[in-house]
Design a protein around this ligand. Structure first.
Ligand SMILES: Nc1ncnc2c1ncn2[C@@H]1O[C@H](COP(=O)(O)OP(=O)(O)O)[C@@H](O)[C@H]1O
Ligand SMILES: [Mg+2]
Length: 265
C-alpha cells in the first residue's frame, strides 16, 4: 500500500456464490490524480465500486483512506469518509429545480444523515447546503443551470448536473461509473477538460468504455479481466501490454490495439 494515497485497496476478493468476481485486486489512487479502470464487460469494474461504496461485502481485502487502514465502508458512511459516487445514468428529479436536485445529492448519493443533519429544522443549515450546491454546480461548470428544471436541460448539461450532485458533499474521492456514456465526441472532450479541473479538488476513479477518453485523462490505468488486475501503469504502458491486447482481442473482432484507441502498439 502507498502511504498517504487517497485510496488504497489490496487483496480485494469478492465472491457471488460460486463466482469469483474479484480476485486479489489492488488499486492505489494518489491525491489529485485520476485513475482509469478499464476491462471487458463482466471484468469486475462495477464490483470494485460496489465494494468501495458498501454495496457488496468483500470475502477479503484491505482498504486504506489517506494512509489509514479501516474496515470496508458501509454505504451510509461514505459522505463522512469523503467518498462520493455518481448514480447510474442521470436520475434527476423532474419536479425539482437543478439547484434543489444538487442539494438532494447530499442525501441520495450516500444514504447518510448528511442531508438531514445539514437541513435539520434550521434555515441556516439550508442556506449552508444551498451554498454547497452552488459551489458544486460551479465546479461542474453548471452554475448557469441552477434555476432550470431538469426537463429543460440537454443531455450533456444533465450529466454535468449529476456530477455536481456528487460533489455537494465536497468529496475527496469521486467514483464515476461510465460518465461519458451517451455523449458525442465534442462533449466527451469538454468532459475530459472538466475532470482535469476537478482533480485539483479530489482524486477520481473512473470506469469508462471510451478508451481514448481514459487515455486522455488518466494518470494511472488499471486493467481488469475476469476479476484480476492484468496490467497497471500509465495508459501508454498498459496499451502496449500483451496481456491487455490479448484480453481485448478475446472479446472483439477488432484487434486489441484498435479497441485500445486505434494506436499501433
Ligand atoms: N450482485 C451480483 N450478483 C451476482 N453476480 C454479480 C453481481 N454483480 C456482478 N456480478 C457478476 O460479477 C462479474 C463482474 O461484474 P461487474 O463488476 O458488473 O463487471 P463490469 O462492471 O466490469 O462489466 C460478472 O460476472 C457479473 O455477472
Ligand atoms: Mg460495469
Amino acid at each position: 500500500m502507498t502511504a498517504g494515497a487517497a485510496l488504497s485497496i489490496s487483496n480485494l476478493t469478492v465472491k457471488f456464490g460460486g463466482l469469483t468476481a474479484l480476485d486479489d485486486v489492488f488499486i492505489d489512487i494518489a491525491p489529485n490524480t485520476i485513475v482509469g479502470l478499464i476491462g471487458p464487460n463482466g471484468a469486475g469494474k462495477t464490483t470494485v465500486f460496489n465494494a468501495i461504496s458498501g454495496l457488496v461485502s468483500p470475502a477479503s481485502g484491505k482498504i486504506s483512506i489517506h494512509g489509514s487502514e479501516m474496515k470496508w465502508p458501509a454505504s451510509h458512511e461514505l459522505a463522512e469518509l469523503g467518498i462520493s459516487r455518481t448514480l447510474q445514468g442521470v436520475g434527476l428529479f423532474s419536479g425539482l429545480k437543478v439547484i434543489e436536485n444538487v442539494m438532494m445529492g447530499a442525501d441520495q448519493s450516500s444514504g447518510s444523515n448528511f442531508f438531514k443533519d445539514l437541513i435539520g429544522a434550521s434555515g441556516r443549515a439550508e442556506a449552508k447546503l444551498r451554498q454547497r450546491a452552488t459551489d458544486a454546480l460551479a465546479w461542474a461548470g453548471a452554475l448557469h443551470l441552477a434555476e432550470k428544471m431538469p426537463g429543460e436541460l440537454t443531455y450533456p448539461e444533465s450529466k454535468r448536473v449529476s456530477i455536481a450532485r456528487s460533489l455537494v458533499s465536497y468529496p475527496q474521492l469521486l467514483l464515476l461509473d461510465e460518465p461519458a456514456a451517451g455523449l458525442g465526441q465534442d462533449d466527451i472532450d469538454k468532459f475530459a477538460a472538466l475532470l482535469k479541473q476537478l482533480k485539483e479538488r479530489c482524486a477520481i476513479i473512473i470506469v469508462e468504455h471510451h478508451v481514448d477518453f481514459i487515455g486522455a485523462i488518466s494518470d494511472q490505468v488499471y486493467v481488469l479481466n475476469f476479476g484480476k488486475v492484468i496490467s497497471s501503469g500509465t495508459f501508454d504502458t498498459v496499451k502496449r501490454d500483451p496481456a491487455v491486447l490479448a484480453a481485448y482481442l478475446g472479446t472483439s473482432n477488432q484487434t486489441g490495439s484498435e479497441k485500445l484507441g486505434g494506436q499501433n502498439a
